[in-house]
Design a binder for this molecule. Structure first.
Ligand SMILES: [Zn+2]
Length: 156
């Protein structure tokens, strides 16, 4: 609702001077946000604004030269579907824990909005059947914590 009001006001003021616009808008209408990593590896976001797109482009050119001079690098955003590094459950010796079901795969940590789960890296999601093919190992509990309970004693 507020946005609509602002848009209407913007339209009404289109014929007025830029000075007028700046008074009406606490946030200038043209802005760009840079996502960068500092020379020492700190990620940072900052936004530059201008009352006109042309003014913004001029500021961007100055800003980018400055960023290069400071040895800042662009931060590459991880896009949707990008391959994330797999986090494995470690066994007592610090190696990825082998899957108890297939003995071939390793147990990976799955972070989801519903919680943390544990699955086998040999199971592959099948988009056609909407289920997992391959190894069926799945646990809601850290395998390091259930290990003692499920392990069958040698003299069994
Ligand atoms: Zn497995």
């Amino acid at each position: 609702m507020t946005l609509l009001k602002n848009q209407k006001r913007y339209t009404n003021n289109m014929t007025d001077t830029n000075k007028h616009l700046d008074n009406d808008f606490p946030e200038a209408p043209a802005s760009v946000t840079y996502s960068i990593v500092s020379r020492d590896g700190y990620p940072a976001l900052f936004t530059i604004r201008d009352s006109t797109v042309l003014g913004l482009i001029q500021k961007m050119s100055i800003m980018e030269d400055k960023l290069k001079a400071l040895l800042y690098t662009p931060q590459v955003k991880q896009s949707f579907g990008a391959k994330k590094e797999v986090e494995y459950v470690k066994d007592a010796s610090g190696n990825p824990m082998p899957c108890p079901t297939c003995k071939v795969g390793k147990i990976k940590v799955i972070h989801s909005p519903k919680g943390t789960f544990y699955g086998c890296d040999q199971s592959k999601f099948n988009p056609t059947t909407k289920s997992y093919d391959g190894c069926k190992y799945f646990s809601t509990v850290d395998p390091n914590k259930v290990k003692d309970e499920v392990e069958i004693p040698e003299d069994f």
